[in-house]
Design a protein around this ligand. Structure first.
Ligand SMILES: [Zn+2]
Length: 263
């Protein structure tokens, strides 16, 4: 029984996702600042007032308070409801795809890691090791113990992703004398590879390079700052991995149906 066609469970999955998203907001805000994730309770970043439980309901509180702090009226970043909404939607989508079984919790945790990494990288241009490093053994054990991948497939994905990125960043460093690909990206793609095997790495890197280039060129034209515009690569890798989870296998089936050589 997957229960995925029973409406109340679908609603519950979405609500559960928004609650987890609310926690991810705390992680995104506190982790780069080196603050504890569990203590103290959520407070307004401007006036420091502890947020009352009924003002801390995912999505609804933001709408009800019109995006402002209930005490000082400071504007709350739209990132808060955005992360809650995205996490809710992905929780629902994962539930619809996998039903309630161990793989659901593994995959949803993997997705939560990608969401937190994306928003932290967007704001700080770094991917915290506390998320990406434990993410690698988590992705390996999660995919192997749930029977989704063999340990060989997972390990090859891990090494293909991490190894190729490490080599690229090493070569770039030798040639240009500075860091192009961050170490955080190396660990992130290793984590993605351990969960999606090498086809996932290939898809993710192609997707991230393509979409990253399009966005990068678009930003260059808008800002006219030239090539110095810094753009974090992590969010594009995370987006690529998420797309692979949903459309990757279909993409490869389509690709091979065109008569492409099998490898
Ligand atoms: Zn306030």
């Amino acid at each position: 029984m997957s229960y995925s066609h029973f409406l109340p469970f679908n609603i519950l999955a979405f609500v559960f996702g928004t609650v987890v998203g609310s926690f991810l907001n705390v992680v995104i805000y506190r982790l780069p600042a080196g603050k504890s994730i569990v203590k103290p309770p959520s407070s307004c970043p401007f006036c420091g007032t502890v947020i009352k439980p009924w003002h801390n309901i995912p999505l609804l509180s933001y709408i009800w308070l019109r995006g402002k702090c209930a005490n000082c009226g400071a504007v709350i970043s739209p990132r808060y409801p955005l992360v809650e909404l995205i996490t809710g939607v992905f929780c629902l989508a994962t539930f619809r795809r996998l039903g309630i079984q161990p793989i659901f919790f593994v995959e949803f945790t993997f997705i939560c890691l990608l969401i937190a990494i994306t928003f932290i990288d967007l704001e700080t241009m770094t991917i915290p090791d506390v998320l990406s490093l434990p993410g690698i053994p988590f992705a390996f054990l999660g995919s192997v113990l749930t029977g989704m991948l063999t340990w060989k497939a997972s390990l090859i994905g891990l090494l293909a992703g991490g190894g190729s990125f490490w080599l690229l960043s090493f070569i770039y460093y030798i040639i240009r004398g500075k860091e192009g690909l961050g170490g955080g990206d190396v660990k992130l793609i290793a984590m993605i590879g351990a969960y999606t095997a090498w086809p996932g790495v290939l898809f993710t890197v192609l997707f991230a390079s393509l979409v990253g280039s399009i966005v990068g060129i678009g930003m260059m034209f808008r800002k006219k700052e030239g090539l110095t515009t810094m753009l974090p690569f992590g969010p594009f890798l995370a987006m690529g991995a998420l797309c692979y989870l949903y459309w990757g296998p279909a993409f490869f089936r389509w690709y091979f149906s065109l008569g492409a050589p099998k490898y």
